[in-house]
Structure formats: C-alpha cells, structure tokens
Design a binder for this molecule. Structure first.
Ligand code: HC3
Length: 411
C-alpha cells in the first residue's frame, strides 16, 4: 500500500526517520496524520490563474517587449499561490493526495477578466504526471503544461520539477499569437526538523518567447547572515543577449516586488515601471461544481470519503477508503492489460513525433526536444478534439456515475 496515509506514521520523529531512508518516491513517505492534506495534486494546477486579470493582461499590450514583461509579472504573481498559499503563516505545508490515473479537477473563474476555464487531469501514474489547460474565453489567452516531481534527500527534501508550461498569447495587433515556454523552479522544504515545513525555491527558471525575449528568474532564501525568505531577482533581455537587460524585477515572491526598466544598477524612481503587492489584488475564487454534479473521476468527489476521514483524523478510515481506490485502480490497469488497451486520457494526448514548441524554444532554456518524456509518460498537450467530444457528450446519468465509481474507484 502507498504509505501516503500509512498507519505506522504516528509521530513527527518517525516521519523524519522515514525521510532519512527516503528512496525518492514521494508516495513512500510515512506521514503522520496532522500533515496529511485532503487536497490532491490535480488541484494545484489552479494556482496558475488565481489572478485572471493579471493572466490576461499581456493580450492587451501591443509592444512585444512589454508583453514579455507582463508575462513575467503574471508568472511571478503565481509563485505565492503555487508554493506558499497552503502554508500562509509558514510552516504548514502538508502532504497532498497522490492523484490516481484519470483523476480530473475542473473549474472556472468568472470575474472582470471574463470566463477562464481550468481543466486538470492526471495523465500518468507511473511516473506520476499532471497536465492542465487554462483558457480565457474573452481573450483566447491559453496556458497548458504538465509536471512531475523528482525528489531526493540531502539535509532536507529536495524537489526537481520535470515538465514545463506553454503560454499562447493572441496579442492585439499581432498577426500570429506569441508562444512562451516556461520552465519550473526546483524547491526544497525548510523547517522540517522543527515540524513546521514550508517551501523555498532554488536555482533559476526561465521564460522564453517566440517574439525573441527571455526572462531569467534567480531564487534565493534567507541565509545565516543575510537575505530574506522567498527572494528573487529577474532579468528580461533579448534572447541570447543576457547583458542587454531591458527590464529587471526584484523582491519577494510571497510579498511585494518592483519592476524597473534597464539593468538593476540604474534602479530608481524614474526607472520604476510597475509594482506588485499581493494584498492589493486578492485572488479570484475558482468555481467548482457541487460534488453530486461532478464526474465520478473529479478529484473532490472521488476523494470525498478520504477527505472526510482526514478531517476527523481517523487514520483507519483514511487507509480503508484509500485502499479501495488503489485496489480498484490496480484492477482497472490489469483489465486494460488483459484486453490489450491503455487508459484513454479524457483531455490530453501525447505525441510520438517532435514537439514544435520544444524544438523551437527549448534550446534557449535548456529543455531537451523530447521534453523529458520518459519521466512524465510523454509530452502532454491539450487535445482540442477530445475536449470538444467531452463538451458535446450527453451528461452521465446517476446510474452511469455509480457504475464508473464502482469500476474505477471501488466505491
Ligand atoms: C513537493 C510537494 C509535492 C509537489 C508540489 C508541487 C511541486 C506540485 C506542482 C505545483 O504546480 C507546485 C507544487 C507545489 C508544492 C509541492 C509540494 C510541497 C510538499 C509536497 C511533498 C510531497 C510533501 C512532503 C511532506 C511535507 C510534510 C514535508 O510537506
């Protein structure tokens, strides 16, 4: 059994011991009940767009360099949601649920930016990978991507993110939409030894565009003597000409940051272009269908009994409910194997041939043309034809939902 909700993990001490003998498989960590989260990793895809108006801003900018800056600004604003929103006061980062193959998380935001739709799907279980698509229907701005994690232990849990995101911006006045290839930062867990885990980002991440601009973001944390938590500096320059800085950004990804034109040595009142203060721009609420209207494979519906057991800190019930899903999934995979078929992803497809975005932009940001497909089960792209088919299909009856839940989740 996956030790995610393992029953031997009663104390923080035994958890630390299980980390010390960690084999890199996040699912093998024996977690004490108080660090179990009832949120699945498929939900994390929503963190990309909790400020829809910032997400769509590049579509309204006609200058390509300023557009690239707005894309960088949006990316930086997502970091707080992605990596700190679950531990707002620091020290409360919990262990998310490991999604099952085919798990879905669907929702939308409705606000002054119009309607923005989210589709997230667990596209691979071994290795685990989550894919997502976010589209603003008013501007056509579209984000898609997929990610997996490779974990290791050295002083703490270190996570390398595998995968990338692709943002398509149909900008006003441009004939062709821009494409931005976005890499994902590495991270590690701080505060583990004190029982108050939180995330710090490491190294660098990049955004490179079809319009010829690249942004490099360097992350740093609080050192022994100097530095602040969750700090970063970012430079935007014409691709391949890192010294010709057009804009620079600095601050804390959990707090405020400032954006300046030119290199940092000239930063001052006159070169300040824009500032971000998360407290002045509250996140927009994601709308998710009520449980009984959801598809049986939708995350919150599928995990509802596990979530209820976690809320009651009833570890036996957590283990029991979880193993029902795991056993049903194992049986489903065995059936597929016996029948010579594979699980049909609902919204995403992987391709055997070269990926045009990776071939064109990958070399600027050190991403291989094959996109590390062996570590994510493929290069996953949103499949419009599949999405169209789902949209046009009649809704499932209650009987069909019950049958699917029994077959695939043992419920
Ligand atoms: C490492 C992590 C799971 C992966 C999470 C990812 C990388 C998933 C993709 C999102 O876009 C960004 C993201 C944010 C947080 C990452 C999680 C933080 C902790 C969790 C570990 C599996 C849990 C380790 C246990 C404990 C108690 C130390 O938190």
């Amino acid at each position: 059994m996956d030790q995610q909700q393992g029953n031997g993990g009663g104390s923080w001490g035994s958890f630390l011991k299980s980390i010390a003998s960690f084999n890199g498989d996040l699912a093998s960590l024996t977690a004490p009940p108080f660090i179990l989260s009832s949120t699945s990793l498929t939900e994390f895809s929503s963190y990309w767009c909790e400020h829809p108006s910032v997400f769509i801003a590049p579509a309204k900018e006609s200058d390509p360099a300023k557009r690239a800056l707005l894309v960088l600004k949006w990316f930086l604003t997502t970091l707080k949601q992605q990596y700190a929103s679950r531990s707002e006061q620091y020290g409360n980062e919990k262990k998310p649920l490991n999604p099952f193959l085919g798990e879905l998380f669907l929702g939308k935001w409705e606000d002054e930016a119009g309607v923005t739709e989210l589709t997230s799907e667990q596209v691979s279980h071994h290795p685990p990978a989550t894919a997502y698509s976010i589209t603003n229907t008013k501007t056509g701005i579209h984000l898609e991507g997929y990610n997996a994690q490779k974990a290791s232990f050295s002083k703490t849990i270190n996570i390398k993110q595998i995968g990338h995101a692709v943002l398509t911006v149909p900008a006003e006045g441009s004939k062709e939409p821009d494409t931005y290839l976005i890499t994902l930062p590495s991270l590690h867990i701080e505060g583990l030894i004190f029982g108050s885990p939180f995330i710090e980002l490491d190294g660098s991440s990049y955004i490179t565009s079809s319009t010829g601009y690249t942004a490099k973001v360097d992350y740093s944390g609080k050192g022994w003597l100097s530095g602040k938590k969750n700090s970063f500096t970012a430079l935007l320059f014409p691709t391949g000409r890192e010294k010709e800085v057009l804009f620079n950004v600095s601050g804390q990804w959990t707090k405020n940051f400032d954006m300046y034109s030119g290199p940092a040595k000239y930063n001052g009142k006159d070169s300040l272009v824009d500032s971000w203060d998360p407290d002045r721009c509250p996140t927009s609420q994601l709308i998710v269908a009520p449980l009984k209207e959801q598809h049986p494979l939708e995350s919150r519906r599928a995990w509802s009994k596990v979530a209820a057991a976690i809320a009651k800190a009833d570890l036996d019930a957590v283990g029991y409910e979880k193993s029902k899903i795991e056993n049903a999934q194992r049986e489903a995979r065995a059936r597929e194997k016996a029948e010579g078929r594979t699980w049909e992803r609902r919204y995403f497809s992987t391709q055997d041939n070269e990926d045009a975005v990776l071939v064109k932009l990958g070399p600027h940001v050190g991403l291989p043309e094959h996109g590390d497909a062996d570590k994510t089960g493929g290069i996953w792209r949103f499949d419009q034809a599949k999405a169209e088919k789902v949209r046009n299909a009649p809704p499932l009856s209650d009987e069909e939902k019950t049958k699917l839940a029994k077959e695939l989740l043992g419920q």
